[in-house]
Design a binder for this molecule. Structure first.
Ligand code: ADP
Ligand code: MG
Length: 430
């Protein structure tokens, strides 16, 4: 397919004048060719959906099947597409009988109107769906098999969904290209996605680099500080002050997130910080519904997050990346700080090993705990590296910490990596 056709389609069907990024453009062009499986890993909000929606629309004689984990996500997508007059529909447990019959009748007609069919992974496991899929394949009506939020296939991901791991079986039925998309792509998760969805060896990858040049990381050891709470307060005030000097968009306030390991910690911190003049709310699984809603009401999403603090060692590197990565989405310089004592890590490791003992013969729980331990050990290694950088007085950046491969290279390779990082990074002290 010609690039000009694709560019025209972008404007005609999606009303966009240009692609959001070079990566988005390149991915769309590749997907449109239908020659290879494609793996797309870009952060939330970078426009991954367009990478399959535009190709789906341009292949106007075929149907694209999209697997998506949540009915709410599916509804959003479909509403958006229908508003653009693109025919999209969903096959799920909430369909009425007549809806379902009308939809299937369209899909089985000689020239179906439906361009994109959204399906939950649970629905995909049903015989009805498998039969439909076989039928569409036989009549050469399928354009793509799309797996959105593909990290759900992996137990390393933050929301593993057992039904997702069955999607790979569909690939035996048909030979159409598979497009897998996710914002989470640690080395472990990526490996699982590629193997579970059986992406072919010659698949193409479109991946945003983990390197976030506007994020600055550092670490402090609370037991070496006179008053860790005041230290935290000063840090927060510094972070917020930077922003006040610039023009904030109307109505937007700046804020930050502090991750704690336990509920009690969130409550203690909230009380301390409120006393120290920093308006703080806490959010955890123990809140009542109205408290949650109240929190969400007061909480603004995404853009204004100027700092992320980990109060205690992070759960695992992938979570650390995700959580600290919530800072600075607007591209402005932002800070990520970890407060932790080495003894805390030992305590966490001890608790996890106790959990493992308690799990006994319960396999699922045992497996979950083993995964948690493995993740946490990696996290501790990240911490060691963080210390190494700090000792050298180097301000380091996401790339050094997060991406498993880069990290291993850097850690094993030692000085060379560190020096390169030093040149790229900002060496000013914080
Ligand atoms: P992701 O799935 O990567 O989190 P989405 O596909 O939901 O991101 O897209 C995020 C937002 O970006 C949406 O509002 C979408 O309409 C918008 N968007 C996508 N592509 C473009 C583009 N080329 N130009 C402008 N906005 C775009
Ligand atoms: Mg998305």
């Amino acid at each position: 397919m010609e690039e000009a056709t694709i560019q025209e389609g972008l404007k005609k069907y999606f009303k966009f004048d240009k692609f959001k990024s070079k990566l988005q453009k390149d991915a769309v062009i590749e997907v449109c060719q239908r020659k290879h499986d494609v793996f797309i890993s870009m952060p939330t909000g970078s426009g991954k959906s367009l990478c399959y929606q535009l190709p789906a629309v341009l292949h106007s004689d075929k149907i694209t099947i999209v697997f998506s984990p949540l009915l709410a996500l599916i509804k959003d997508q479909i509403d958006h597409l229908l508003a653009l007059r693109i025919r999209a529909a969903s096959l799920n447990s909430k369909n009425t009988k007549s809806e379902r019959e009308a939809l299937i009748a369209d899909l089985k007609s000689t020239s179906p109107n439906t361009r994109l069919l959204y399906v939950t992974p649970e629905q995909a496991a049903t015989q009805t769906f498998k039969d439909l899929y076989k039928n569409l394949n036989t009549f050469n009506k399928l354009a793509y098999l799309v797996v959105d939020e593909a990290h759900c296939v992996s137990e390393w991901g933050h929301d593993f969904r057992p039904h997702y791991s069955k999607l790979g079986e569909l690939r035996e039925i048909s030979n159409i290209p598979c497009i897998a998309l996710t914002a989470t792509a640690s080395a472990d998760v990526t490996k699982d996605i590629l193997s579970s969805l059986r992406l072919k060896k010659d698949h193409k990858t479109f991946k945003t680099s983990c390197f976030r040049s506007n994020l600055y990381y550092d670490v402090f050891f609370p037991n070496m500080l006179d008053d860790p709470f005041k230290h935290l307060r000063d840090f927060i005030n510094d972070c917020l002050k930077i922003k006040e000097e610039e023009d904030l968009p109307k109505g937007q306030k700046s804020c930050g997130i502090i991750y704690c390991r336990t509920r009690e910690q969130t409550e203690i911190l909230m009380e301390r910080l409120n006393k120290l003049g920093i308006k703080t709310l806490c959010y955890h699984a123990g809140l009542k519904t109205h408290e949650r809603l109240d929190f969400q009401d007061k909480w603004q999403n995404g853009l204004g997050i100027l700092f992320v603090v980990h109060w205690g060692v992070p759960k695992d590197p992938a979570s650390f990346y995700q959580e600290s990565g919530r800072a600075g989405r607007d591209g402005k310089p932002s800070n990520c700080r970890v407060y932790y004592n080495r003894s805390d890590s030992k305590a966490v490791e001890f608790h996890l090993s106790q959990d493992l003992g308690k799990a006994g013969a319960r396999e699922a729980r045992k497996k979950r705990t083993e995964i948690a331990i493995k993740g946490f050990k990696k996290s501790s290694r990240v911490q060691e590296m963080v210390e190494m950088f700090l000792v050298k007085g180097i301000q380091y950046n996401t790339k050094a910490v997060i991406n498993d491969t880069d990290y291993t290279d850097l850690y094993g390779g030692g000085r060379k990596g560190a020096a390169e990082e030093y040149e790229k990074g900002d060496s000013s002290d914080s």
